[in-house]
Structure formats: C-alpha cells, structure tokens
Design a protein around this ligand. Structure first.
Ligand code: UDP
Length: 235
C-alpha cells in the first residue's frame, strides 16, 4: 500500500445522498463499507467530516444569527455527523474514537494530539468532530491541520466530483481533469480545491492532497494501494 496513515475528509453534504437534508443511512453504510476495506489493509485512518447537510455558519448570518454563534452551531452539526459515522463504523466491526474540538465530555474525548496518534497506532479509527473548535474556520482547515498534527501521509478529500478540473465540470462541458497538479499551479489558475486557509497549510507543510470521488465503489481502496484516482496535488 502507498499510504500508511491517511486523513479522510468527507463533506457533510454528501451524507444527504438523495435527501434534501440530514443523513441518508444508505450513504453511511456505503462509507462504512469503503472505510472497512482500507482498514483491512492495515492503514491507519483519521476522518474529518463536515456539517453542511445540517448547518453552515455563513447561512446563519442570513437568518439573523450572529456569525460566531452560527459557526459554533456548524461545529455542533459536524459532531452530529461524526457521531452517526462513528456508530456506522462500529456496527460494521471497526474500533473507533471520537475526538472533539469543543469539550463535550459525555459524548467524546477532547482532541489531544498524542492521544490521537496513540489511538491510530492501536488500530482505532479516529474521527475528529466539531472542527478545530474555533469560529471562522472550516472542516477543510480542520482536515489540513489535524493531518499535519498526526503526521498523516496525505489528505484525501472525498467529494462528488472525481478530481480537480480546468473549470467547473458541472457548468462547463469542455472542462478537463488534472491527474497531477502543483500547489503553485492551483494558486495561479485560481482553481477551487479547498479553502485558502486549508490549502496554504497543506502547501507550507508539504502535505499532498488528493481530491477524489468518494461515492465510487473501491475508489478509496484503489487510491490507498497507489492507483491513480482523482487528482494529486503536490509541491
Ligand atoms: N466550523 C467552524 N470551525 C471549524 C469547523 C467548522 O466554525 O473549525 C463551522 C463553520 O460554520 C462551517 C460549519 O462548521 O460552515 C460546517 O462545516 P463545513 O462547512 O466545513 O462542512 P462541509 O461543507 O464540509 O459539509
């Protein structure tokens, strides 16, 4: 296998599946199946999941809720998803730990870097909920930061699109996909990979990113084995 320790970023939105809101149990099961396949290879797995299917901080402002308050609500939304994912993984026979950026002691552990690494070494899947624990950040930034902290080999950004394109493939039919691209080129071409905070963190710490379609069966498995799936972004 190509990667020994991975950080998988899943969007909250993808958890909705065909639904307009919330969590689709079929998607949860699908993710558990895909994650179990890589777990079986002996890969150490950390996961960050978003909250966009439930709540986003920016959306709060429109409804008269203070931005910072909205961001905390968004962080709690990610925790709900993280708990659902934890449960799905456990029901499928995996050992997990949920670590939160905000202290919620009856539900999960606080994030402690050394402890997170220890869990991974013991073969537990570690899910990071509640983002970084600070407003004005996203779960992409959380993924980048935690990946660096736990010395992950790569950030795997699972999306609906199967990589980074020259233009938005959902809008522009002539858009083509990159197999490899450098951090600098992504900047220059103003391509949308992650938000800039997250992207800069990865670049400055030389942490490769792979953008791939998490909804395609075996993609995660193939990727970890070293097959060219999605788009690889490196220095
Ligand atoms: N959030 C935050 N700090 C963090 C992580 C998340 O304030 O460290 C809030 C922010 O309001 C964000 C929301 O949580 O809009 C949900 O996360 P995100 O939008 O990244 O989820 P995704 O789009 O991946 O589903």
């Amino acid at each position: 296998m190509k990667y020994k320790r991975i950080l998988l970023k899943l969007s909250g939105e993808s958890l909705m599946g065909e639904k307009k809101y919330g969590i689709d149990p079929a998607i949860l099961q699908q993710y558990a199946d895909e994650i179990k396949k890589v777990k079986g290879m002996g890969v150490e797995i950390a996961i960050v999941i978003g909250g966009g299917n439930i709540f986003r901080g920016v959306q709060a402002e429109k409804s008269g809720i203070d931005r910072v308050q909205g961001d905390y609500m968004g962080m709690l939304a990610t925790l709900i998803n993280a708990m659902a994912l934890q449960s799905a993984l456990e029901q499928n026979g995996m050992y997990t730990r949920l670590m939160s950026g905000i202290k919620i002691e009856s539900v999960c552990e606080p994030f402690i870097r050394r402890r997170a690494i220890r869990h991974l070494e013991k073969g537990r899947i570690v899910i990071f909920g509640a983002g970084i624990g600070n407003p004005y950040f996203t779960t992409d930034s959380t993924a980048a930061l935690r990946a660096i902290e736990i010395e992950s080999d790569v950030v795997l950004k699972g999306t609906r699109v199967d990589g980074v394109y020259t233009a938005d493939p959902e809008k522009d039919a002539t858009a083509t996909k990159y197999q490899n691209i450098s951090f600098d080129e992504v900047y220059k071409k103003n391509l949308n990979v992650m938000d800039m905070t997250a992207f800069t963190l990865c670049q400055e710490n030389n942490l490769p990113i792979i953008v791939f379609d998490m909804n395609k069966e075996d993609n995660l498995f193939k990727l970890v084995q070293g097959e060219t799936i999605g788009t690889l972004i490196t220095a």
